[in-house]
Design a protein around this ligand. Structure first.
Ligand code: FAD
Length: 556
């Protein structure tokens, strides 16, 4: 059997190596148009300025020489596949070193051509000084430019994961960073109420963030560049475009394979395209969302890797199925960690799912153990079943672990009740005896069994006025002195004094309570509910509300 693989990085290299482990006899040729195969694209932000990774070779997992020696795989770098002839079962390749074109036949073909960074067609986009960060040559060019031009200011267009990782690494080099993001929040896969916490944090770190605005043109000026926005302009020394990607599916389209309206190659659960002898994996494909069953395309290394392995299994005759993509991601921005998996609230609303959500603030370790800043966890769940649909967590230590526990739980179809039963590793530096994930389960159970009623800050405006309802701030002195946020219209009755003052409250009026993070509000709700009050807790507390007031425009 002769197998050709187009694209030699995450999906392609994984498929090639797996196939060799399954079939010693197969002839395997992997074409890569770039100069490297099998490297860690995800590590590129950490190579900027040679700050954390000093040598690009450290990003390379396996060279073509190693592929030959260890795997007997012919990995041809600087060889671009130009077309696929499905009738003849062959591809045309151009050797970019020599310009020579040649054909190679196949029994099975695998496409793992990934995506290309989107470059909007605006004037100045091709100027020297405007970059994207997608592969090793890109990173080398950026490093050279920073050094030669003594870059002091950069505009990063796009506030997604790569934009933020690039922000951190350039800011740590002493470069002043401005992020320009077209949408109303950073990190598209998470909801805006969670993203504001990231916005507040990076703003406090001195990063200027401009939301809801886009670059319309880039002009060369004496002092560097002028980046034109809708109604303003920013002077900078360098621009990095990080505004998403497009699937590299031209080969597939021209060969008549089925692609969706956005250009992603349609695949079945065996990672087969509409041609049974051609497989496709990774960023270039449309697969199914594991939770919703809807078509989905997500650019993540883990799924590309898994799909590569599954395609190799099927090529080798072992039936192997891909269960669907879940969209689990994590990123570091300075000391902050942001992690997410599954369905966001935005997506749940868009799809018309029957869902509810909770916000839980929780310490990642024992309260008395140093260094445990609270994590903000938002969990979307199905009603009335309590099945967990997705989570987003923003915090510092321990965020990745909770996200992964929840990602695994979602994969196994867990409900809130299952979360309450998880027995998770505990000692003071790592967690609490009742872990944050258990707490999430308890809170959702309380809601599903009507022990707790939540309202959100965004709906406070629509609540009855002060004549028809009672608004209480139940923070004790300690919490009040931490946040010092006073919200108009809320009477302060600290939790400790609440029992003694219940007789002064009108039972006919609905009561809305808030605290710093929702916890004391919950305790107050329990007391009042048992006394017959109609009480609701404002989800996330006032720290969450305070965050949502951050608009991001900070002093540079
Ligand atoms: C800077 C950066 C940071 C990232 N960080 C993360 C992260 O932290 N976590 C995460 O999960 N994901 C991350 N990703 C995304 C992840 O790298 C991709 O999802 C993954 O590499 C996709 O694998 P793939 O095989 O589909 O495509 P790729 O790994 O991109 O490989 C596709 C290859 O195909 C080659 N190719 C295309 N057309 C042809 C042709 N005609 N002939 C020959 N070769 C061709 C391309 O040159 C390319 O090398 C990051 C990506 C970037 C760029």
């Amino acid at each position: 059997m002769k197998v050709l693989i187009i694209g030699g990085v995450a999906g392609g290299a994984t498929a090639a190596a797996r196939l060799r482990r399954l079939d010693e006899k197969a002839e395997i040729i992997m074409f890569e148009k770039g100069p490297h195969v099998s490297y860690g694209a995800c590590g590129l932000p950490y190579f900027l300025g040679h700050r954390l990774i000093d040598d690009e070779n450290k990003l390379i997992v396996r060279t073509p020489e190693k592929f030959i020696k260890r795997n007997n795989i012919d990995a041809r770098v600087n060889n671009k596949v130009m077309s696929i002839d499905r009738d003849k079962k062959s591809v045309e390749v151009e050797d970019l070193n020599t310009g020579k074109k040649y054909h190679e036949s196949y029994d099975k073909l695998l496409i793992s051509t990934g995506s290309t960074p989107f470059r909007p067609k605006i004037s100045g986009i091709d100027l020297d000084g405007v970059f994207t960060l997608w592969d090793i040559p890109d990173a080398l060019k950026i490093n050279t430019y920073i050094k030669e031009k003594k870059v002091k200011r950069v505009v990063i267009v796009g506030g997604g994961a790569i934009g933020l990782e690039t922000t951190e690494n350039l800011a740590e080099l002493g470069i002043a960073v401005t992020i320009v993001e077209l949408s109303d929040h950073l990190i598209a896969p998470i909801d805006s109420d969670m993203a504001v916490q990231v916005l507040k944090y990076v703003s406090e770190k001195g990063i200027r963030v401009i939301l809801g605005d886009g670059v319309t043109a880039i002009e060369k000026i004496d002092a560097g560049f002028s980046v034109k926005l809708k109604e303003s302009a920013i002077e900078t020394d360098m621009i990095i475009m990080s505004v998403g990607a497009r699937p590299q599916s031209e080969l597939a389209k021209e060969a008549g394979l089925l692609v969706n309206e956005r250009g992603f190659i349609k695949t079945d659960r065996y990672m087969r395209t509409s041609d049974p002898d051609i497989y496709a994996v990774g960023d270039v494909t449309e697969v199914k969302n594991f939770i919703t069953g809807q078509p989905a395309s997500v650019a993540l290394a883990g799924p590309a890797n898994k799909q590569g392995r599954i395609a190799a299994d099927n090529i080798a005759g072992i039936t192997s199925r891909y269960g669907g993509i879940q969209g689990t991601g994590v990123l570091k921005i300075f000391d902050m960690t942001v992690a997410f998996t599954g369905v966001s609230e935005k997506e749940a609303t868009r799809l018309g799912l029957k869902y509810d959500k909770v916000l839980v603030y929780h310490s990642p370790n024992a309260g008395y153990y140093p260094g445990g800043l609270e994590m903000a966890m938002k969990i979307v769940f199905e009603v009335p079943s309590g099945r967990i649909l997705g989570t987003q967590i923003v915090g510092y230590k321990g965020v990745d672990k909770r996200c992964d526990v929840l990602a695994a739980s979602i994969r196994l179809g867990a409900t809130a009740h299952d979360l309450t039963e998880l027995e998770l590793a505990y000692s003071p530096p790592f967690g609490t005896p009742r872990d944050a994930v258990n707490t999430v389960g308890y809170v959702i159970e309380n809601i599903l069994t009507n022990k707790l009623k939540n309202v959100e800050w965004s709906s406070v405006e629509e609540l009855p006025g002060e004549e028809e309802a009672i608004f209480i701030d139940v923070r004790g002195e300690g919490d009040y002195s931490v946040s010092k946020i006073k919200i108009d219209g809320f009477e302060r009755i600290p939790l400790e004094e609440l029992r003694g003052k219940l007789s002064q409250l009108d039972k006919k009026k609905p009561i809305y309570v808030h605290c710093n993070n929702g916890k004391e509000g919950y305790f107050a709700s329990c007391i009042m509910k048992q006394e017959g009050f109609d009480v609701s807790n404002i989800d996330g507390g006032c720290l969450f509300r305070d965050c949502s007031l951050c608009d991001g425009e900070t002093k540079a």
